[in-house]
Design a protein. Structure first.
Length: 234
């Protein structure tokens, strides 16, 4: 397995992260010895926040039922008695002008329902992840995107709501970033100055290898542009 502790250090130091990168793995069964999260949560993205705080656990599909939108993006069918909750939520969002129903079919979804979803800090992942969530500032995540560009990793356009669709979008493209929707910001306490980039895990090492080059280049370009501004505006 890759040295995920070293990858976490690289991302944290270079991008000046204040939240730990989160590893997510979609599995047919949970890893041996990993506990299932026992506390009910109001949203799927709440699991991200718990993992960023240092918890490692797995969830079963039914642990996601409280989040009809997150269940939809993760291809988790709600039980018959709760199926109405997805349409109830979408109808509310449509009625208040938050989205149009015509947008829903275009929302990225996982291709397969995971029997177990594993969440942990990247350094402590108990199994190879499928995706890694990085929470950072525009300045930090700019470096991540530039490093990805050097590796040829494709990225989506900047995504909005729902935030959780960034995971299946990244799984398809390689890299996806989301500004963080209002629900996500409430449930995860995401700061106003932060947003997310999600990396498909098989691209992570290559991107991390380029971060030092991009960081050094930006240091030099910072001085170049400062000098140029001073010269031209003097």
């Amino acid at each position: 397995m890759a040295d995920y502790a070293a990858l976490e250090r690289t991302l944290t130091d270079a991008l000046q992260l204040t939240r730990r990168p989160v590893a997510i793995s979609f599995r047919d069964e949970p890893p041996h010895g990993l506990p299932r999260l026992q506390r009910a949560q109001p949203s799927g993205c709440t699991f991200w926040a718990l993992a960023a705080q240092g918890e490692a656990f797995y969830t079963a599909p039914e642990d996601h039922y409280n989040c009809p939108i997150g269940s939809y993006t993760h291809n988790i069918a709600l039980p018959k008695e709760r199926e109405h909750e997805l349409m109830d939520t979408l109808t509310l969002m449509s009625d208040i002008g938050y989205l149009r129903m015509a947008e829903v079919p275009g929302v990225p979804r996982l291709q397969k329902t995971p029997a177990a979803t594993v969440y942990s800090p990247l350094a402590e992942t108990p199994c190879p992840p499928d995706a890694v969530i990085v929470t950072g500032t525009p300045g930090g995540l700019m470096l991540l995107h530039e490093a990805a560009g050097r590796t040829g990793v494709a990225s989506t356009s900047l995504l909005g709501r729902p935030t959780c669709m960034a995971i299946p979008a990244a799984m398809a493209a390689g890299l996806a970033s989301s500004l963080g929707c209002v629900g996500n910001r409430i449930y995860t306490r995401l700061a106003d100055e932060e947003f997310y980039s999600v990396i498909r895990a098989d691209k992570l090492a290559a991107i991390a290898d380029e971060i030092a080059t991009i960081t050094a280049a930006n240091v030099m370009l910072t001085q170049y542009h400062r000098d140029r501004r001073a010269l031209i505006t003097a």
